[in-house]
Design a protein around this ligand. Sequence first.
Ligand SMILES: Cc1cc2nc3c(=O)[nH]c(=O)nc-3n(C[C@H](O)[C@H](O)[C@H](O)COP(=O)(O)O)c2cc1C
Length: 358
Amino acid sequence: MEEKQEGQRQEQSTPSLDCVDDYERKARELLSPDNAQYIFSATETETTMTRNLLAFSKYALRRRVFQGIKEVDLSCSYFGGKIKSALPFFPSSINVAPLYQGAIFDILKISENFDIPIFVSHQVIDASIDLLSLPSHVPKTCPLVWQIYLKQNNIDTTLKQVAQAKKAGFKGLALTVDTEWGIKLQNKEEYKLLPSNFLNVTSKEVSRVKKASSLPLIVKGIMAYEDAELAIECGADGIVVSNHGGRTLDHGEASLDVLPEIVKRLKSKKKTRSAEIFFDGGIRRGTDILKALALGARGCLIGRPLFYGLTVARDKGAIAVMEILRDELARAAALTGVRRIESVNSSILRLTTTMINS
Ligand SMILES: Cc1cc2nc3c(=O)[nH]c(=O)nc-3n(C[C@H](O)[C@H](O)[C@H](O)COP(=O)(O)O)c2cc1C
């Protein structure tokens, strides 16, 4: 029997795949057991990951009419215009290397269809990839953000690269701070603990990275307002509210559930007010993006759905996933009376007791 190939091109045979869930189902058929565990699993009982997905259904969208909206302006600007984006969502830093060789370059090809930032995972950099040459692979309209993992043995090299990143063409840095105990993945009886040589990052390292470059610095992996405040006070320009897709702490809170409190606290103080707040965790629909933005996120990061797209049809699959999310978002925004996505607020939401597990 012919072996299933991850990332195989399916132009001829793919039945119509109309939503991220369709891509997920197809990816489950195609992935090897190892890669399926790598992508789909989360820690222990996977309660944190499940909470991420369910949290969106606590909010219903308030339908508006009489608005005459024919087009929605989805563009956004960050860090006083240093990073511009045609969409309020973009590829998260995901280590796509285990999927197939060169998968990162298929992620970078998203930039041929959308003028949006792309977060590049430090984990995809190996001996065959020159980190500082990556910006030359994308058009100037694609601001690359380098996601940094500090490890016990890479601090000096990484700080040197951070100092060169701006000249090389990167437009931002994201320091992931939530993997100090490694990534724990459950799979029925068996579990895997992925490399745990990540540094236990403290405010000292955040300040060191900030001092090494004038690029905007985003701290990724914040789930508590105290840590959000600390990150900004140490010099970070923004945060990603994220629990790493439920891959670190089990029985944790959903990212969406902590977002309003973090937004409220950062906005309430002069010294943290201008921080950019990004969000990820469980986004599978355009309506999920709309809800996160309405709760105060300024941009959303897409993780697992891009793995599904790559698995099904490589760069074409990843681009299709982005298009699906864009179209769903634009439709939901128009029908809730949102003309400009940057001006969305919580008036479009209603807390509901009718929970739908979709
Ligand atoms: C397979 C996989 C690999 C990931 N690799 C990284 C990584 O290299 N760096 C990082 O900061 N986050 C990484 N993440 C976390 C994502 O950036 C993001 O926070 C998470 O996927 C959001 O959850 P969701 O995909 O369920 O929406 C990874 C997540 C997954 C599922």
